[in-house]
Ligand binder design. Sequence first.
Ligand SMILES: [Zn+2]
Ligand SMILES: [Zn+2]
Length: 78
Amino acid sequence: MTIGRNEACPCGSGLKYKKCCLGKNATRSVLHTLLLAFGGVILLVCIVLVIKSIRDYEPSSGSKRIWSEEHQHWHQAQ
Ligand SMILES: [Zn+2]
Ligand SMILES: [Zn+2]
């Protein structure tokens, strides 16, 4: 069931729905959606950055290390 914009607001304020809770609900839901989307994007970026930093991680040169596929970590070269 949908409420017409010019009907009395169901909250009982006596105002028309468009002048009362329609705007409130819309604003709240838009903010909520934006916040959720923003949070999701931030989380995604963080995860991608962490994965990227792990994958790109190479020990600084100075001591030679060899990547071990078997152990999935770096071995110190003798
Ligand atoms: Zn209302
Ligand atoms: Zn190892």
